[in-house]
Design a protein around this ligand. Sequence first.
Ligand code: SF4
Length: 195
Amino acid sequence: MTRERILVHVCCAPDGAYVLRLLQQNYEPTAFFYNPNIYPPEEYSLRYQEMVKVANWLKVPLIEEKPDFENFLQLTENLKDEPEMGRRCEVCYALRLEKTALRALADKFPFFTTVMSLSPWKKSQTLNFLGDNLAQKYEINFLKADFKKKDGFIKSVALSRELGLYRQDYCGCLYSYLEKQKKKAQESGSKRDKF
Ligand code: SF4
């Protein structure tokens, strides 16, 4: 049976490893790393290098689309105070999905999708809605998914530990990075208060 080619947006190695391996059962996936949201640039390089390891492990082609960091910051500047899973994240999802759809169209992939629905901190409904709209706009197929279902997230954590992959402790953008720093400072402050 011929398997359809699918361009799969990947945001990090742990999510990519689990979802790409799952998709290999029915499709011929190519990974597409486009993540201009990731801050700082050292973190971007680290996440990309980990993704290279996963692509080699699965023998899946990997395309890196150069990140336009400035554009992401301009698009989200007015939404910097939004909570995670709020309106800023919708802009972030849409930007990455549209680039994936355009690349899929240019390279004649019949399908595209994203691994992002694996994360419990990503709204699958919104991702699927945006993906469907892009599919109509560009006349291409979007594979709707909620990869966190059937214990997908738990299984992905186990797989990434097995492979010794780097697991980030914040979503990716400057704002989520600052939020993480703030939480860490609060935690160490409350520990100090106990003495
Ligand atoms: S929190 Fe995550 S999804 Fe939301 S804008 Fe930042 S990087 Fe994008």
